[in-house]
Structures are given as C-alpha cells and as structure tokens.
Ligand binder design. Structure first.
Ligand code: PLP
Length: 417
C-alpha cells in the first residue's frame, strides 16, 4: 500500500500534485512518500511486536539521510555493507548499537571504523575475515561482537542476480561448516560471539524460503548450544518482495505469523533487515517526454530519465508500471519508453500501452523507491536527479539535483597537457 494515486485526473503524492513538484524541482525527479515509509516500518514493528526485535533497515536500498532518519526516529536500526553506509547511518542518527554490518569484503579501515563506533555486530562471511576482525580488535584492545553469516542453501525463487543464499553464491559460509567456524571464533580472544545471520535473497514472494532457512538456523543454534556457544541475536536478513505489477508478496504480518511460532521458544532478539519492502513502493520516478518517434514497426517515447537514473529494467529485466501523470483519453499506442543515453539497453519500459503522450508531458515510473537512486550513476555525463520527500501537504528537497560542476568535481588536468 502506498500514498500515490489519481485525484481529479492528476497523479498525487499524498496531498501534493506531482505536477506541482516537478514545477518546483524539475525533472527527472524521485518523489518519496513519508506516510508510506512510516506505514511500512510500523507494519514490521507491529508484526514482530510480540517478540524482542530490531528492524535494521538495509541502507543500500535507498541511503538518503532523510529516509534513514525516518526509520531511525521510529526506533529502527541499520543494516550496512560498507564504511560509507556506516558513515551515513551515524550521520542520520542511527544508534550504533542497532547497526549490523554484513559484506564479504570489509577492509581493515572499515573494521576499525565500525569497532570505534561500537556497532551491534559484524556479520562475518569468511575465515580470513574472522581472523582479521580479531586482529584489528586486539590492536584496539577491544572485543568485536560477531555473528556468522551462514548460507542455508535455500532457493528463494527470485532473479539470479538478487539470489544470495545458495551454495554457488559468494555470501556467508556453508551451514554445514558453521559449527567449525564458531568453534574457531570461540578460540579467538578478541571476538565475542553474539549472533547468527542469514540473508537468502531479494524480492522473495513466498514465505516458505524464509521458514526453511529459519528451521535450518534453529537446528544450528541448538548444535551450537550443545557446544557451549549461545547466541543472543538471530538475524534473519531481509528480502521480502513487493508488488511491481501483479506479484502477491507476503505482508510482514504473514511472515511474522509463520516465523514467530518457531522463534517464540528461542531466547533471542530477532533482527530483520528489510530494504525493498520498506522503500520500494514509497517512491516514484517522474520523467518528462522529450520527443516521440516512429521506429521500424514500433514507437518510441523518449524521456529525460534514463538507465543512469533507474537501472533495474535493463539490469534485471525488471518491470515497473509507467503511467501518465495527467490522465487523458487519447488513443493508446504501443511504445518503448527510452532515455537519451547512447545504449540500446537504455529503456525504462518496453512494449507499453499508453495514451500517446505529447512533448513535455510527464510519466511516472512506479515502485522506484528501492534500488533506484541508490544504483544511479553519471553515465553519459548526466547530472543525477533530485530527490523530494512529501509529508501530507508539505514537500522537502532531500537531495539537490546535481549540476554540471558536480560532474567534474575532483578531476584535474595534469600540467603537461
Ligand atoms: C540487500 C540486503 C538486504 C536487503 O534486501 P531487500 O531485498 O532490499 O530487503 C538485507 N540484508 C543484506 C545482508 C543485504 O545484502
């Protein structure tokens, strides 16, 4: 559920006409709905309300400071995968004791940074990392709180690029080897074992893979207990899907009602790391039609937004609904919606049925709040879009549009040229 919809034939973000926002901030433009963000966060918080839990927002879905603050101010933590994300989380006011740190390639500098800030735990992904975290912690005369990211070899039945919990993936350690890893970690003086972690993939639209993963983790926790290793935090990762078109993903409450009976007897705090399901449908991407043209047997709608702004269609073959900002009764055409970038892969939608747009009209690409701006680039030297947050009748610029100077910032021309 989200707060974007038509009123009197025009698309609104909460109480504000989208056309008013593009007048104020230009195009292309990411627009987020605060009420939607809050609603999605509270849905998780309520669903897991009966058991001790922390909702650690996965920053990589959308790391804008205002979005992070939205969740932090409701008691949320952060799931981070880099020193940059740690910096953002702290700047936005996330309590370090609610920050969990995953990722296969944590560097010494990043480990030191996280240790100095007192994060909740490192989700370790390999034996070398385990030794490195111990070493850095010992140099700092600290004990590093750690969890092991296990790979439960579960097929989440999602796109191969966003599936992470199967044997062939680079993430975590095979669950069969987990006990050995924990025993090794137990021997290291500067590690404190506090948790266990698994994250099996993204855009998962069934509950079963979560249940299967949790069941194998619970077995492992029991085995650990028999070996004198007790974990306090059970981090079940993120990955719950959203509706882009006709998917029927489980709601947080569906997930919770399957998982809580399994979790109830465990004396652990559950950590959930949702990204997409918090922000995906809380954002839209609005772009202006520059031209339309007839190609060989098809039409093209050329817009000012492109794959550098929203790469999901071309990277994952993802489908985003594209709708006119102002409804009209013009005859529908079948067209590809493409950007100005010099790549055939530069499209936002293919073979779409839309009323023929006129030059200057606006189109909204729905469900663009997750992995939209966060995966954007300057390819073709295109300044990145602006981001706006709407709350009721009010709207706030939360990221300024880049200008031409931003494009060459930090570059220098050697003197011999
Ligand atoms: C990407 C990621 C998430 C969030 O995934 P979503 O599908 O956006 O919910 C959570 N945890 C880890 C470790 C991740 O890498």
């Amino acid at each position: 559920m989200h707060y974007f919809g038509y009123k009197k034939g025009g698309l609104y973000a909460e109480e504000v006409p989208v056309g008013k926002l593009t007048e104020a901030y230009g195009t292309p433009l990411f627009i987020y709905s605060y009420r939607t963000l809050r609603r999605h966060f509270l849905a998780y918080d309520k669903a897991f309300g009966k058991i001790p839990h922390i909702i650690c927002y996965a920053l990589k879905a959308n790391p804008n400071s205002a979005i992070i603050r939205t969740f932090a101010s409701h008691g949320g933590g952060a799931d981070i995968v880099s020193g940059g994300e740690l910096y953002r989380a702290l700047k936005a006011g996330v309590d370090p004791r609610k920050i969990v740190y995953a990722g296969v390639g944590k560097t010494v500098e990043e480990i030191r940074f996280a240790l100095s800030k007192g994060i909740l735990m490192f989700n370790m992904e390999s034996d070398q990392e385990l030794i490195e975290i111990n070493r850095v912690a010992s140099l700092m005369k600290k004990k590093a709180p750690v969890a092991l990211r296990v790979n439960p070899d579960i097929d989440p039945k999602t796109h191969p690029y966003i599936s992470t919990g199967m044997k062939e993936h680079k993430f975590g350690v095979p669950i069969e080897d987990a006990l050995d890893f924990y025993m090794q970690a137990k021997k290291l003086k500067n590690l404190e074992i506090v948790g266990i972690h698994a994250h099996i993939g993204s855009q998962i639209t069934e509950v079963t893979p979560f249940v299967d993963a949790l069941n194998s983790i619970i077995l492992l926790i029991k085995g650990l207990g028999e070996n004198g290793i007790n974990v306090r935090y059970l981090d079940i990762g993120g990955g719950l899907g959203i509706r882009y078109v006709s998917e029927e993903p489980p709601m947080p409450s569906d997930l919770a009602s399957e998982l809580i009976p399994i979790l109830r007897d465990m004396s652990v705090t559950v950590i959930i790391e949702p990204g997409r399901s918090l922000v995906g449908n809380a954002g839209i991407f609005v772009t202006k039609v520059i031209y339309t043209k007839n190609g060989e047997g098809k039409e093209f709608i050329i817009v000012d937004g492109a794959m550098n702004d929203l790469i999901r269609p071309t990277l994952y073959g993802a489908f985003h609904n594209i709708i006119p900002v102002r409804k009209n009764r013009r005859k529908k055409i079948l067209a590809d919606i493409v950007g100005p970038i010099c790549e055939s892969g530069d499209f936002l939608g293919k073979a779409r049925n839309l009323p023929r747009p006129e030059r200057g009209e606006l189109l909204a690409v729905m469900s663009s709040g997750a992995y939209g701006f966060s995966m954007s680039s300057n390819y073709n030297s295109r300044p990145r879009a602006a981001e706006v947050l709407v709350n009721g009748e009010r709207h706030y610029l939360i990221k300024k549009r880049e200008n031409l100077n931003d494009l060459i910032r930090g570059e220098s021309i050697p003197g011999f040229l």
